[in-house]
Write a protein that binds this ligand. Sequence first.
Ligand code: PGA
Length: 249
Amino acid sequence: MERRPIIAGNWKMFKTGKEAKAYLEAFKPLVASAKAEVYLGVPYTALSIAADVVKGSNVEVGAQNMHDALDGAFTGEISAPMLKDAGATFVILGHSERRHVFGESDAFINKKVKRALSEGLSVVICIGELEQEREDEKTEAVLKQQLDESLADITSQELANVVIAYEPVWAIGTGKTATAEIAEEAHLFCRDYLANRWGKKAAAAMRILYGGSVKPENIAGLMAKPNIDGALVGGASLKPDVFSNIVNY
Ligand code: PGA
């Protein structure tokens, strides 16, 4: 099965609206003939501006988090309808910084996943083990638990709008990329898990991205692996020339 790769940027808490506009104006022509789908997760405050600039191009703009409720007394939170209104087509959920810095549980992430899908947003769900968990040989158990719980009650129809991002926490922002072999092994584990739960056909169609210190220098080696279908890129997505080199690997 041919899976179209996705190269997704995650700006995290970087860039004002004005900076986003300047970036995207430079970036759009650089990736106009990319064979991969191109996603950018931007800060909430830059969403509308970014969505406006990418209109009519092959760049999709999304958010990096959301709340599961449609509205309510949740000071400081943002809902799926608000993201859609601002022009987001996808949302990144369960990023390791949300899990480990802000204490988000798999159960909370699952509520958000269900809501995002029912509201028509695509979802990039991040999973990945800590360094200690890898050393203790618990990687597969951690991935299984995160997949079990964050994808609880997801139908195979809904699964079509889900992308998995395997991001070993020890590789995020550290410059320590997992080798392509280590990443492939984890991706294969995820693909087998998906096949056991939703069937071979659904699993074969799923895009599984790798994230953690992806750079122009290591993208081709990662993409050469059969179960790596793209990348989620943090630091190296902040400059249009660098990120376009990854997109056009
Ligand atoms: P990094 O971040 O590319 O800076 O390691 C990846 C991520 O957190 O999604």
